[in-house]
Design a protein around this ligand. Sequence first.
Ligand code: ZN
Ligand code: ZN
Ligand code: ZN
Length: 113
Amino acid sequence: MLAKHDLLLKSAKRQVDRSKWHCCDHCKYKAFTEEALQRHLKRMHNGGGKGTEKAADVADANECKKCGKTFASAMNLRIHVKAVHLKTRDLKCESCTYATAYRSQLLQHMKVI
Ligand SMILES: [Zn+2]
Ligand SMILES: [Zn+2]
Ligand SMILES: [Zn+2]
């Protein structure tokens, strides 16, 4: 009796899952899994991004949108944008008013004084 009840619950749950389709934003395509939708996006809509010509792969992910320079890591890109384009200097010397965007420059400065 209990087992049968369990089975009913399980099949009901499965039906809920089955109705959870992943819908494509660009056309009427529906996929059962997230992976299938991603594959569809890649194939049919250039990765589903903002209409860029080449599908953005991981290697292009760390490209500066302002000057096109690419970086080995997302952190290097962030530092570059901060220092070169935003001109932010948020690493400050504790002993004077010196400020820089680069940790290495701050360390160099600390060595000098
Ligand atoms: Zn689509
Ligand atoms: Zn840049
Ligand atoms: Zn200083």
